[in-house]
Design a protein around this ligand. Structure first.
Ligand code: FAD
Length: 409
């Protein structure tokens, strides 16, 4: 039994435990994670770690002895298979049960798989979520020549950049009308597309993959597109979105979001439909600017964990994020702050160097989000304006001579 049991040993879990201890919370805490590694950060998996330029230990969120020193129980290689709400306990794969007073779901999300019936289970088809995936991929890359990246979201594009840097032939296939459709506007997508093409990536948009076809040796050999074309590929990286790991919550009857990607429904205080169970990070679905959303970012995992720490301390301070996010591709750093949903006006401001700049999004005259391409100054300025909620007029942003110094903090 532990007073606080956290299922999932990732970014959100560690931040919650750390914040509670820092704030002097003395209750017993147990983090249960199914992976066999110490809790680690995922962003480098599609960037520096994938390129082989980063030792594994640098992924760990905390030194391995930090948990014991902080009086935080950590079980790795332990999968929770059920939640018994009546008995207030969780059941592990080996049959062990662990009681809780408060339970937190921090189980993250998993990549949406390419359907196995269409070739998704062929050797040579890879997903990127965990350290083990990179291990498999690294082994396969030594033999690969032609890479198909399925999905033009940030993970696919980051992987494409790493593959190109290794000198491999890379084709990116995006079924939607354009890359980065979920996160960025046309202008940003245009600049990112131009960058990839300049680096020699073949990039096709508005064309879906209808099947992955077996080659001569029983592994992937070709990718069939829905316009009838067939392209050769001996390795595919699938990056077509993520699904919340909400199966435990569904099985024990907690309210979950039905639509795209699922998620455990929580209120602003991170409470699920059971007052003793909370959810944070990628798995949590909550009201954000008038719609139920999940955010898949380090910022959200950390900030929501800190918000829950307050809830657990009896402070009712609803979570209202200014989301931010980054992506590294080649030497370009894309930084995004705010949510651009519903934007009706975008303004581009050129940066100091060619190929750099920032896109400022407005909805009904209100500044709501910024994308910055290798323009950290613009990003910081825009992010401050968003955090302060101060009124920034589109006219000022549209004037290239106007210095947009953020309001005083
Ligand atoms: P996770 O960190 O995923 O941790 C959840 C853990 O729970 C996992 O280890 C999982 O195995 C475990 N678990 C699930 N079910 C069970 C169970 N039943 N029993 C026990 N354990 C279980 N975000 C950014 O902000 N910037 C980036 O550049 C960026 N790049 C990314 C690149 C990649 C390749 C990926 C995959 C993600 C990236 N993200 C990025 C997203 C970011 O990593 C996630 O939003 C963040 O890790 C979410 O934290 P979390 O704690 O909710 O989930």
């Amino acid at each position: 039994h532990a007073e606080l049991v956290i299922i999932g040993a990732g970014q959100a879990a560690v931040t919650l435990a750390e914040t509670l201890r820092r704030d002097g919370d003395t209750r017993s805490i147990l983090i249960i994670g199914e992976e066999s590694f110490p809790p680690y950060q995922r962003p480098p998996l599609s960037k520096a770690y994938l390129s082989g330029g980063m030792p594994q230990e640098r992924l760990w969120l905390k030194p391995v002895d930090w948990y014991a020193r902080s009086d935080i129980g950590l079980m790795t290689g332990a999968r929770v298979t059920a939640i018994d709400r009546g008995g207030a306990c969780v059941v592990l794969q080996d049959g062990q049960t662990i009681g809780y007073d408060t339970l937190v779901l921090a189980t993250g999300s998993r990549p949406r798989p390419f359907p196995a019936a269409l070739g998704g289970a062929l050797r040579g088809v890879h997903l990127i979520r965990g350290i083990e995936d990179i291990g498999h991929l690294a082994g396969a890359l030594d033999r690969a020549r032609r890479i198909a990246v399925i999905g033009g979201g940030y993970i696919g594009l980051e992987a494409a950049a790493v593959m190109r840097k290794r000198g491999l032939a890379v084709t990116v296939l995006e079924a939607g009308p354009r890359i980065l459709a979920r996160v960025a506007c046309d202008k940003t997508a245009d600049m990112v597309r131009a960058l990839h093409r300049a680096q020699g990536v073949e990039l096709h948009e508005g064309v879906g993959v209808s099947a992955l076809l077996e080659g001569a040796d029983g592994a992937l050999g070709h990718v069939q597109l829905d316009d009838g074309r067939v392209i050769a590929a001996d390795l595919a990286i699938v990056g077509i979105g993520a699904l919340a790991n909400d199966a435990l919550a569904r099985a024990c009857g907690l309210a979950c979001r039905e639509e795209a990607g699922g998620g455990v429904l929580v209120d602003g205080l991170c409470r699920s439909s059971d007052p003793r169970i909370h959810a944070i990070g990628d798995v949590a679905a909550f009201m954000l600017q008038g719609q139920v959303a999940r955010l898949e970012s380090v910022q959200n995992a950390c900030d929501q964990a800190r918000a829950l720490a307050q809830t657990l301390a009896g402070v009712e301070n609803p979570y209202m994020p200014v989301p931010w996010f980054w992506s590294d591709q080649y030497d370009m750093k894309l930084q995004i702050a705010g949510l651009n949903t519903g934007a009706d006006q975008t303004i581009f401001r050129a940066g100091k160097r060619a190929g750099t700049g920032s896109v400022w999004y407005f909805r009904k005259g209100r500044f709501i989000a910024i994308d910055a391409l290798s323009d950290p100054r613009a990003y910081m300025t825009g992010k401050r304006w968003l955090e302060q909620g101060a009124m920034l007029s589109a006219d000022r942003v549209a004037d290239p001579g106007c210095d947009l110094l953020a309001p005083a903090m």
